[in-house]
Design a protein around this ligand. Sequence first.
Ligand SMILES: NC(=O)c1ccc[n+]([C@@H]2O[C@H](COP(=O)([O-])OP(=O)(O)OC[C@H]3O[C@@H](n4cnc5c(N)ncnc54)[C@H](O)[C@@H]3O)[C@@H](O)[C@H]2O)c1
Ligand SMILES: [Zn+2]
Length: 377
Amino acid sequence: MSVDTLTAADPIRLEVALGERAYPILIGAGLLERAGEWIAPLLKGRRRVVVITDTNVGPLHLPRLTAGLAAAGISVDTVTVPPGEGSKSWAGIADLVDQLLDLRVDRGTLLLALGGGVIGDLVGFAAAITMRGVDFVQIPTTLLAQVDSSVGGKTGINTKAGKNLVGSFHQPRLVLADMDCIATLPPRQLRAGYAEIVKHTVLGDAAMFAWLEAGGGAALLAGDRAALAKAVRHSCETKAAIVAADEREGGQRALLNLGHTFGHALEAETGFSDTLLHGEAVAIGMVQALDLSVRLGLCPAADKARLVAHLVACGLPVDQKACGGPFDPATLVAHMRLDKKAKAGELTFVLCTGLGSAIVRDGVPESDVLPVLSEAH
Ligand SMILES: NC(=O)c1ccc[n+]([C@@H]2O[C@H](COP(=O)([O-])OP(=O)(O)OC[C@H]3O[C@@H](n4cnc5c(N)ncnc54)[C@H](O)[C@@H]3O)[C@@H](O)[C@H]2O)c1
Ligand SMILES: [Zn+2]
């Protein structure tokens, strides 16, 4: 189906092919109003769900979802949590699970995560551990969540030792990506999510990168629905295929970390604060990863220049100055060694062998990385 003919009547439907844990991703407009159609078949026993959202998203989108569920005779309890990373914590998960138990959820209760990646990760983890595991549905409302965090089953919380260090793989039963939710997203959050879309093209699809570069990206950021749906679809297809091949990140799922080893170091250095949103860190991190790839003779310098030009054109940061840097290169490397993806302190990077293709390289010597960080990218 062409995205130009996208209507509420026929959302794009993709499948995450994980055998008995397979699930569909629906992408379209007006999906919340019709949520009952897709959610009713997932219910076991009572026609009842618990929606968990945050105080930003609830007032904007919960009424449409509740109406869509009521239309299918599904009753709704709601739990609303504070917005932001603070909810993805031991205190946040304890509070949520207590509230779920107070609502007398049972093994058959379906949880619906209505919100960005914070809500998705938190609710997914609550679903994994409450009553030893209940089903949940992802209803992502940020671009980042629609193109990345809602797909793949990684759930969890942050702890004193770092981000996402406690959690579980727990796949959702369904992902509903409603384009109407994106309309209320602050522009900075929209751009941050866009960085992950760019990532999916840089690691695997040169033609799609060229489409973004030639105006697809600008159209999407300006609110063009067809462009948005095309890009969300592309990202979800890319991630779904990689997750289906390597659910627990034993191999190629690591490609999705392009720009993340560098990016996480910057997030750690800026205290995981609003100074630098995750997607912004990924934008800078991708530039650094391509710089390293160029230095190692893997990638043409012209490809890095194209990436930088496109990110700049889209209003995304491309160097450390955008978040208060340049920072001490040795300190950034120290953050990288502590990253949970670092094995035995070895530096592992996703490198680019030209726009549209990437490889994972273990054991990259620090001496190759330091010049990239000293360049103040
Ligand atoms: N599980 C995964 O595979 C995975 C992948 C990438 C990121 N993540 C996690 O995702 C989180 C980041 O997600 P995020 O960027 O969506 O942040 P977020 O969930 O904090 O949302 C960003 C802000 O936008 C608000 N918001 C959400 N939807 C809105 C809407 N439609 N209109 C207006 N405001 C809205 C939120 O209340 C919040 O203030 C991080 O915790 C990260 O670790 C997880
Ligand atoms: Zn990311």
